[in-house]
Design a protein around this ligand. Structure first.
Ligand SMILES: Cc1cc2nc3c(=O)[nH]c(=O)nc-3n(C[C@H](O)[C@H](O)[C@H](O)COP(=O)(O)OP(=O)(O)OC[C@H]3O[C@@H](n4cnc5c(N)ncnc54)[C@H](O)[C@@H]3O)c2cc1C
Length: 518
């Protein structure tokens, strides 16, 4: 069986039982031979969230069978759509009483299978919790529910001259809860930091139904930084029901430039040199030839056909910005820029950024299928690793487009394939894995912002030692000793009692061909 062929029913339920126990050296807490949701559990869930907000119809459940990584699919047993923290608490308590796993979900745009249902799970959709609860401009924070859409936060703040900095390219659809769980990044995270730098506190419902308040509006709180641990925990520590966000004043000025280069070599060198010169651009994004072709086809931007392009924002006080932008342009030219274009007005600037931000979708214009990879490397080896990726593509006979946050060294190779051609999806998958290995060899990591999810769990053992993974598992267990929250994500093996961290080892059911994850 290929990737994403986990199945529902009794076999799926067995898998659920196996991935429910993440704690090393722990007694089995729940003896789940199989997880089948009972009529009484569904009745209780209906009562907790209301009939309309409890989805059980098979065709409606299919809406929730995957996130943005559509090659992994599994239908949840039931979907609940709570609207308050109290309702989430009720749902968690019911799941616990009936021995059911829980999978939180925001907008479902994740690209690593983080919100992928597990067999027999209660999928908790947070999309109805979308109120902005409090805004304190004087002290620079706001309190929101997790279903609030990222872009909506800045829209609400804009008339007062404030904004929320992390800006994933999916910001018009992804939720703050999903951003917190994935520690999402975006083009402007180079200067301003990732989600973890902008979350001051959170309210979380733990697996036993208790409600925990972490951090808060004041800038620092004593004790362990549990808010930091929560951000990026991919729904494995609890369900976030409120978030306190740091908000910033909009910069006085922004200068944008678009520069083209003969190849990604010169563009990569330009990125390293600009940052080495002490300039911290708000954003510096790279697109290679194939990505430019796709963006042009999808958006109609009038960019030339070149080997690579950079799109860069410098922001801050006007006087400083004028100087740094000029300096960055000078360095780009020295590094081999063919053309440097400054937008003539805000409308043209927006068009340039629209081109960049729609790049993933644009690739759909030039290939029936593609897989987005997400790895990190040191900035100084961008050109070298891109050449390695080019070699991988050539050897596999596949095309790879690159469009990424160059300043952070956060690569997003898009592996193009045609699922109708037998074996191409598996080949693309394999190439994606080799890209991650190239990132690890270069001193980088297997994810910059899309999370580990179900997709990259098998690679965690190649990045971390057994001790590292065991320590992470202990943290998880202290929040969720039964492993009820989003089981099967992040950790490399189904972490049964006595199961050891380390390299991914396929489960016997995968080996026998009864279930597969590709
Ligand atoms: C076209 C496109 C472009 C993208 N660009 C970027 C980018 O530039 N930068 C970037 O970082 N990502 C990007 N992404 C990935 C994705 O949008 C982000 O990971 C985003 O944060 C996911 O948010 P979501 O609301 O869709 O979460 P989901 O996909 O629903 O869930 C993501 C994870 O969060 C958990 N979760 C969701 N809500 C909660 C909650 N309330 N409590 C606890 N856990 C929760 C889920 O269990 C899951 O593990 C892109 C995706 C697409 C499709």
């Amino acid at each position: 069986m290929g990737r994403g062929t986990l199945v529902d029913g009794r076999l799926g339920s067995k898998l659920a039982a196996m991935i429910l126990h993440p704690c090393p050296d722990r007694e089995l807490v729940l003896d789940l031979d199989w997880v089948m949701i009972s009529r009484s559990a569904i009745d209780s869930l209906r009562e907790a969230v209301g009939e309309r907000n409890c989805v059980t119809e098979p065709e409606q459940l299919r809406v929730y069978e995957c996130d943005g990584l559509t090659s992994f699919r599994l239908t949840p047993a039931v979907v609940v759509l709570p609207s308050t923290t109290a309702e989430v608490v009720e749902v968690v308590k019911i799941a616990r009483a009936h021995g059911l796993p829980l999978v939180p979900r925001g907008s479902g745009t994740g690209l690593s299978g983080g919100a992928l249902p597990v067999p027999g799970c209660v999928l908790v959709g947070l999309a109805r919790m979308k109120r902005i609860l409090e805004i304190d401009l004087d002290n620079g924070w706001m309190r929101v529910e997790p279903g609030v859409i990222n872009l909506e936060v800045s829209r609400r703040l804009s008339p007062d001259g404030y904004y929320y900095a992390p800006d994933p390219s999916s910001q018009s659809v992804c939720s703050i809860g999903g951003n917190v769980a994935e520690n999402s990044g975006g083009a402007h995270c180079l200067k301003y930091g990732f989600t973890v730098n902008h979350v001051l506190g959170a309210r979380v419902v733990l697996a036993d139904g208790s409600v925990l308040d972490l951090g808060g509006p004041v800038l620092d709180t004593p004790g362990y930084d549990l808010t930091g641990a929560l951000v990026g925990s991919e729904g494995t520590l609890g369900i976030v029901t409120e978030v306190v966000l740091r908000i910033l004043r909009k910069p006085e000025a922004t200068r944008t430039f678009f520069a083209t280069f003969p190849s990604t070599d010169e563009a990569g060198h330009a990125v390293s040199r600009i940052i080495a010169a002490g300039i911290v651009p708000a954003a510096i994004e790279m697109m290679d030839r194939l990505a430019i072709v796709a963006i042009k086809a999808a958006t109609g931007v009038d960019w030339p056909d070149v080997g690579a392009a950079l799109l860069m924002d410098v922001d801050g006080p006007l006087a400083e910005v004028e100087h740094t932008a000029q300096e960055a342009v000078r360095i780009a030219r020295e590094a081999g820029a063919l053309l440097v274009r400054l937008p003539k007005d805000e409308a043209e600037r927006q068009t340039m950024w629209k081109g960049r931000k729609s790049a993933f979708a644009a690739v759909g214009r030039i290939s029936p299928n593609y897989m987005v990879q997400d790895g990190v490397i040191p900035r100084s080896v961008i050109a070298q690793v891109l050449r390695e990726i080019e070699g991988l593509a050539a050897r596999a006979g596949l095309r790879i487009a690159n469009v990424f946050h160059a300043g952070d060294g956060n690569l997003h190779p898009l592996v193009l394939y045609d699922a109708r051609i037998h074996g191409q999806e598996e080949l693309a998958e394999k190439v994606g894995g080799e890209i991650l290995r190239a990132c690890i060899r270069a001193g980088g990591s297997i994810t910059g912002e899309h999370g580990v999810g179900a997709d990259k769990a098998p690679y965690m053992g190649e990045l971390f030692s057994e001790d590292d993974l065991a320590t992470m598992a202990l943290l998880r267990c202290s929040f969720d000793p039964e492993g009820r929250m989003n089981p099967g994500k992040i950790f490399p093996t189904p972490r049964l009692c006595g199961d050891r961290p380390g390299k991914y080892t396929p489960h016997p059911l995968e080996q026998s061909g009864e279930a597969g994850r590709g």
